[in-house]
Write a protein that binds this ligand. Structure first.
Ligand SMILES: [Zn+2]
Length: 106
C-alpha cells in the first residue's frame, strides 16, 4: 500500500511523503512523514513488522497523570543500565514522533 501524497491520519492536515525510518539501530523501513507536523505513518505490512519489533525490544508502559503533566514509568532494567536514580535531573525533548530523555544535556 502506497501512502505517498495521502492525508495524514493523525492531524488530518498534512500530506504524507515517503522516507526511510530507522525504527531500531540498523533497522530501516519505508515510512511516510506528514509535512504538517512530522507525524510518522507506516503501511500495514510495515506496521506489523514495527509492532513485532517493538514488542521484542520495548517494554509497554501506560502514561500516568501527575498534576497537569503526564509521566511514564521507566522500566527498572533501563533505569539501571543508564544508572538513573530517583530525583536525578533529566532532559526531555521530542524528535520524529519520539520522546528522548537524556540523563545529562547533550
Ligand atoms: Zn500530521
Amino acid at each position: 500500500m502506497n501512502l505517498e501524497g495521502k492525508t495524514c491520519g493523525v492531524c488530518d492536515k498534512g500530506r504524507l511523503h515517503r522516507f526511510t525510518d530507522e525504527i531500531s539501530k540498523g533497522v530501516h523501513v519505508d515510512a511516510y512523514k506528514c509535512d504538517y507536523a512530522g507525524h510518522v505513518s507506516y503501511d500495514r505490512n510495515v506496521m506489523e513488522k514495527v509492532e513485532a519489533l517493538y514488542r521484542q525490544v520495548a517494554q509497554e508502559r501506560h502514561v500516568v497523570k501527575i498534576g497537569s503533566s503526564v509521566a511514564v514509568p521507566i522500566p527498572a532494567g533501563i533505569a539501571k543500565s543508564l544508572n538513573l536514580k530517583p530525583k536525578e535531573r533529566v532532559y526531555v525533548t521530542s524528535e520524529d514522533n519520539k520522546i528522548i530523555i537524556h540523563p545529562s544535556p547533550s
